[in-house]
Design a protein around this ligand. Sequence first.
Ligand SMILES: *Cc1c(COP(=O)(O)O)cnc(C)c1O
Length: 400
Amino acid sequence: MERLAADGGKPVRTEAFPVWPVTGEEEERLVLEVVRSGKWGGSGTRIKLPELEEKFAAMHGAKHAVTLVNGTLGLTVALQAAGVGPGDEVIMPPYTFIATASSALLFGAVPVFADVEPDSMNLDADRLEEVITPRTKAVVAVHLAGAPANMDKITAIARKHGLAVIEDAAQAVGASWDGRPAGSLGDLASFSFQLGKNVTSGEGGIILGSDDKRMDAVWSLVNVGRIKQGGWYQHERIGWNLRMTEFQAAVLLGQLSRFEEQFQKRERNARRLTELLNGIEGIRVLPRDPRVTRHAYHLFLFGLQPELEERIGKADFIAKVQAEGIPVHPGYVSLNRNKAVRAAVTRLTGQEREVTCPVSERFSDRLGMWLHQNVLLAGDSDMQDIAEAVRKVAEWARAR
Ligand SMILES: *Cc1c(COP(=O)(O)O)cnc(C)c1O
């Protein structure tokens, strides 16, 4: 059946965008090596995991790395290693994946939302002090879309109040702020290797940090409460078994072999797409802070200008652009309004907290949308298709 655009005519585009994950001989060779070695992980000899941990730490200017099962529990472990306990409050932005909040709620810590900056949708440092209380223990800065949050301001305020700073760098492999890599900007950082992420092993995560004591705690929490130089049945705290397997490390080393090339391609296409989309009346690409010296472009964020939104509405606009063959996505629901998060906070605090985050809510409800990183692995003419589809729908809406 022929696909039709929303106006009943021919869609701008019918070909698919690049398939993700991209894989190749490197992954196959390394995984086969692990299979044949019998050293698959668990409590056995580590063969690929140390290489991955060293490489990833060096790439991000961190002294230590601990691999683990996923980015959600990476945040949980980072929070606990930073001294956050049940009942403590953790400040975070609301425009993020639910894991940022659930990682705290899963052990009884309370997420407190501070609104985001309208330009980056990252945590707004100017909103931080309003929500700090005697129970606040940490700030989680999400590097949304692959653009680091303003870590100069966030860490300065956190230091002043004695709070730990955790980077949720799930989307920010290879990114940097003012020349300093994500993963070295706070006290601890958590990355994700879930299937959609820019470097993937299906599932997986890694925690980076440069403080020996904190990273020993991370290691211990991931390794059933053991301590590094201790005996096998010497458990000094209650920890999980969250270890990554050697198969995942093999895949990830393969992924890293083509990472920089893909990174550059995403940057190039994002720059081009920014130019093209900003030339369309009613469309706004979120501006890139000049201090984002490397942007990972896990997501390409853009949105409607309010005048255009009033004419068409976000849902209708997205449906029409999708009908033109472009996989545009409506983005997150602002977490301060997520029912499960709110219910969990109420259960923990005994209070119904009414939190409004107007910037996040407006972007989520009315203006914002994104393209996923795999779209940015296409060619220049594909960026032109995207812009043409967006232009077609925007012009249709304006002429109405
Ligand atoms: C993917 C993601 C996570 C969670 O990672 P998982 O590996 O899927 O558990 C956390 N925070 C953000 C911002 C993410 O994008």
